[in-house]
Design a protein around this ligand. Structure first.
Ligand code: MGD
Ligand code: MGD
Ligand code: SF4
Ligand code: MO
Length: 697
């Protein structure tokens, strides 16, 4: 007997629908794309196809682990929580407790619904996440321009005629801050309807190969290129602003400093290309500029994100079908708050400003290592592996050893969790419910889908149960957290809520209060998902700025332009490091699945053959940065521009996962520098890190 279940793939931002068959023992016997899902229409990638293998990985922990010295032992849940409770009791100052939230929190219901309450229960400002190694610049730019850091414009991929894409490689990543299952198919459709795709990337990626046009850009210089485009749009009188905006003149003034010839020298993109792209963008019937991680994790990340939407506004493409639009998720809840600002508090050691209630992960090691009042002595990691994902992971690796106590909510013993005193493993994916609270807010089509757990939990807690228990330990309070939250939610009184768990009841509440008035029942009745239609114009209604207008020239951003200007005539370093992603990998945690790591080594240093010859390299090379040194296998390819080398992150495995250990690779973040950040957002800089490459002696 087999059972068929339909679920959303939880592995990346594309939220593909999957159809799985399970045998009587609950083992996955097949995974296919769900052809009845109205959004993903049967699309699946190799990671989704491996979901069964990943979920049944024998190295996944099924019971808590407690570490005593260097030895681990399995423990019961009650004992493990008691150890955590005793550790909490020792801490007198809550600022001494830090929390790090990793990427899968954007995918799990537990992360969306319980991480916030846990942080509140702890009462600490030492909150860190993968966001400051990723998209924080986008939040800050959107917060300042639109008044809400979650009001993020996405390209209207299915209707645009012209897509200018910078620093993204959706052929491998399947997209980010642009939820679009089958991104490759959508790109193909764009081109077959006569649309144009232009890719800007220091590498000729698989996405670039499918584009009409690709341009190399010197890493870290996208803000210059974008200002160059803005310059041309103004200079040639091409602006088509049909929104009510503030700050147009200020932007025009600043843009005067970035003429194409100067910008060309700094970016490596020829001046005539800059002029032509600006004209094409302005002339296209429906165009969008989309920029992703390559343009966030760099020195001028927030300025680059800002200029993307400045261009969308100037060319008349913001909030317009086929342009860059604001999705409307079924659980959208955007209460009016105080105007968005950053820097409401600062980090203790480096004085770095808070953004979105978080401090930069680039300063977590400082906070652990530096003595004084408020020094971090205890760390809770949830779904994160910062030893492999944070800048200067080697230093963080050392710092974690010095903590008094660390607890990790994670299915694996890995490079980060090996420093924990207690590991609390969440259940299998198939034992968990799934709803994309975060990602559906960035979808290129409005859509909703809920998947109930496909397998019973047995006697282990759900991830929600684990986080709720931690919150109770931290607050000392008992009682039903979900019911409390429901009772505090405006408009919820009197709603008849349905659901088998507190999480389901809260989902039901959010759907009922949401813009479509959906319900849990309706989603359960539509196991393949519900199509809520194409994106609709939403301005000015969703703006939360004090003026009620789009702020094109927020003072913080204008001030940071001076930093950009100061670097305009800077000479680039001889060699810089950037990252990259591979289709069969996902950050640090999917290298334990044999079907995903088979084949040739992908943890290689891509380098242009001209640099190989110039530096006299062969086979392997030694790469040195301000923070570390690695010896790595070379992959000479003319797909990367001269003067740039690329190494993927998430490798450098150190035990715990047996398959991954046999394909260890090296940790790219041994080379990245925690002192380099995007000033406005505190985001880590992974692209454009100066390095020296020499023959391995
Ligand atoms: N050099 C360089 N560094 C980078 C990047 C880069 O491009 N270059 N990219 C950055 C980006 S974009 C990101 S998002 C970060 C990612 O940074 P992190 O989030 O710190 O790292 P991940 O590798 O995603 O680790 C996820 C962890 O969650 C665990 N996990 C998996 N599923 C679950 C679950 O359901 N529940 C729980 N509790 N745990 C789970 C895994 O075992 C793993 O330990 O890395 C950043 N680091
Ligand atoms: N298969 C797979 N899918 C993933 C992930 C994964 O690890 N593997 N990770 C997920 C996560 S957490 C995220 S955040 C997303 C990220 O999704 P994407 O943003 O699409 O990430 P990448 O594929 O790393 O593409 C970034 C591109 O930026 C380029 N780049 C580097 N520096 C610069 C620069 O200075 N300027 C410009 N213009 N380009 C630059 C790189 O060469 C690379 O091609 O992917 C998600 N999906
Ligand atoms: S593209 Fe992403 S969501 Fe779709 S199957 Fe692959 S990993 Fe899963
Ligand atoms: Mo990410």
């Amino acid at each position: 007997m087999t059972t068929t279940v339909h679920r959303t793939c939880p592995l990346c931002e594309a939220v593909c629908g999957l159809t799985l068959t399970l045998d009587d023992d609950g083992r996955v016997t097949s995974v296919r794309g769900d052809k009845d899902d109205p959004f993903s229409r049967g699309f699946i990638c190799p990671k989704g196809a491996s979901l069964g293998r990943l979920d049944e990985d024998p190295d996944r922990l099924t019971t808590p682990l407690i570490r005593e010295g260097d030895t681990w032992r399995e423990a019961g849940w009650e004992e493990a929580f008691q150890v955590v409770e005793r550790a909490f009791a020792q801490v007198t100052d809550r600022q001494q407790i830090a929390v790090y939230l990793g990427n899968p929190n954007a995918h799990t219901m537990a992360g969306a619904l319980y991480a916030g309450p846990l942080i509140k229960a702890i009462g600490t400002r030492n909150v860190y996440s993968a966001s400051t190694a990723d998209q924080m610049p986008k939040h800050v730019a959107s917060g300042l321009m639109f008044g809400d850091p979650l009001t993020i414009a996405v390209p209207d991929l299915d209707r645009t005629d012209y897509l200018l894409m910078l620093g993204a490689n959706p052929m491998e990543s399947n997209g980010s801050l642009c939820t679009a299952p089958d991104f490759p198919g959508r790109i193909k459709a764009l081109r077959s309807r006569g649309g144009r795709l232009v890719v800007v990337d220091p590498r000729r990626t698989r996405t670039a190969e499918r584009a009409d046009e690709h341009h190399f850009i010197r890493p870290g210089t996208d803000a210059y290129l974008l200002f160059g485009l803005v310059h041309v749009v103004f200079a040639e009188g091409l602006t088509k602003v049909d929104l009510d905006v503030n700050g147009l003149e200020e932007v025009r003034e600043k843009a005067k400093h970035f003429p194409p010839d100067l910008v060309a020298r700094r970016t490596g993109v020829p001046a005539e290309v800059i002029v032509r792209l600006a004209r094409e963008l302005a002339a296209a019937e429906r165009a969008a500029v989309y920029a992703r991680i390559g343009t966030c994790t760099q020195e001028y990340g927030t300025l680059a994100q800002w200029l993307v939407d400045v261009l969308n506004v100037l060319t008349g493409n913001l909030d317009r079908p086929g342009g860059a639009m604001f999705p409307m998720a079924a659980t959208e809840f955007r209460p009016r708050r105080k105007p968005y600002r950053t820097g409401r508090w600062a980090s203790r050691v480096r004085g770095l400003p808070e953004a979105n209630g978080e401090l930069p992960v680039a300063t977590l090691a400082d906070e652990i290592e530096t003595p004084g009042e408020g020094q971090v002595r205890m760390l809770i990691t949830i779904a994160g592996n910062p030893v492999l994902s944070a800048p200067n992971g080697t230093r963080l690796d050392r710092a974690l050893r010095r903590l008094d106590f660390m607890v990790s909510v994670d299915p694996y013993l890995n490079e980060t969790t090996r420093h924990a005193h207690v590991i609390l493993p969440p259940p299998r994916v198939l034992q968990s419910g799934h709803f994309d609270f975060a990602l559906l807010g960035f979808a290129v089509r409005n859509y909703a889908r809920y998947s109930r757990p496909a397998l019973p939990l047995g006697d282990r807690p759900s991830e929600a149960d684990i986080l709720v228990r931690l919150a109770k330990i931290a607050s000392g309070l008992d009682g039903d957290l979900d019911e409390f939250i429901i009772s505090q939610t405006p408009g919820a009184a009197g709603l008849e809520l349905e659901g088998e768990t507190g999480a389901e009841r809260r989902l039901d509440m959010m759907l009922k209060l949401g813009p479509y008035g959906l319900s849990l029942r309706e989603l359960l009745d539509h196991p393949h998902g519900v199509d809520l239609g194409p994106l609709q114009p939403r301005l000015p209604g969703i703006l939360k700025t004090e003026s009620g207008k789009v702020e094109l020239a927020p003072p913080q951003l204008l001030a940071d332009v001076d930093r950009l200007l100061a670097g305009l005539e800077e000479e680039p370093p001889d060699m810089v490091l950037i990252g990259r992603r591979h289709l069969r990998s996902n950050n640090s945690w999917m290298h334990n699945v044999p079907t995903l790591v088979g084949g040739s080594n992908t943890c290689t240093l891509q380098i242009n053959p001209a640099d190989v010859a110039r530096l006299g390299l062969d086979g392997r090379a030694t790469v040195t940065s301000a923070t570390g040194e690695l010896t790595v296998e070379l992959e000479p390819t003319d797909a990367i521009m001269p003067g740039v080398v690329s190494l993927p992150h998430g490798w450098g495995h150190a035990g715990g996962q047996r398959v991954a250990a046999a394909h260890a690779g090296v940790n790219a973040n041994a080379l990245t520098d925690e002192s380099m950040i995007d000033v406005l957002s505190g985001n880590a800089v992974f692209n454009g890190v100066p390095v020296r490459v020499r023959a391995t002696s």
